[in-house]
Design a protein around this ligand. Structure first.
Ligand code: ZN
Length: 129
């Protein structure tokens, strides 16, 4: 298992980690068939989506923020229930097939770390299976 450190700079942010994962896959995943990406946090997630047009990132965050407003009625004392809900909706892991040490993503796909309670330093765990 390998650790990636991701530093977010906003409360809500999508950070493209595709190149970092592909670098690890070339070094350690040549004889493996899949890459497991896991986010060990309760207010962050990992998603796969378009990394060609940067406006898609902006629109995904706009949409998620619209779906999960920061209600005053939330009871969690830390005050970040919106972040917990967003992380739950998007999920904490992805499995991507590997071929010759490369992620077999679609042409327009990238892997994004999804921050919902930044800015913070975060960890993403990468396993080749
Ligand atoms: Zn919390």
């Amino acid at each position: 298992m390998y650790n990636l450190t991701v530093k977010s700079s906003h409360k809500n942010e999508l950070i493209d980690i595709t190149d970092k994962i592909n670098k690890l896959a070339l070094e350690h995943g040549k004889n493996k068939s899949a890459c497991l990406v896991f986010v060990p946090h309760t207010t962050a997630a990992v998603i796969i989506n378009e990394n060609a047009d940067p406006d898609v990132k902006v629109d995904i965050l706009l949409g998620v923020n619209h779906l999960v407003p920061d209600y005053m009625q939330f009871k969690h004392m830390e005050g970040n229930s919106d972040a917990h809900i967003k992380a739950s909706l998007l999920g904490s892991s992805e499995i991507i097939p590997l071929q010759a040490g490369r992620l077999t993503l679609g042409t327009w796909q990238g892997v994004f770390f999804a921050e919902f309670d930044g800015p913070r330093s975060r960890t993403v765990l990468i396993s080749f299976i």
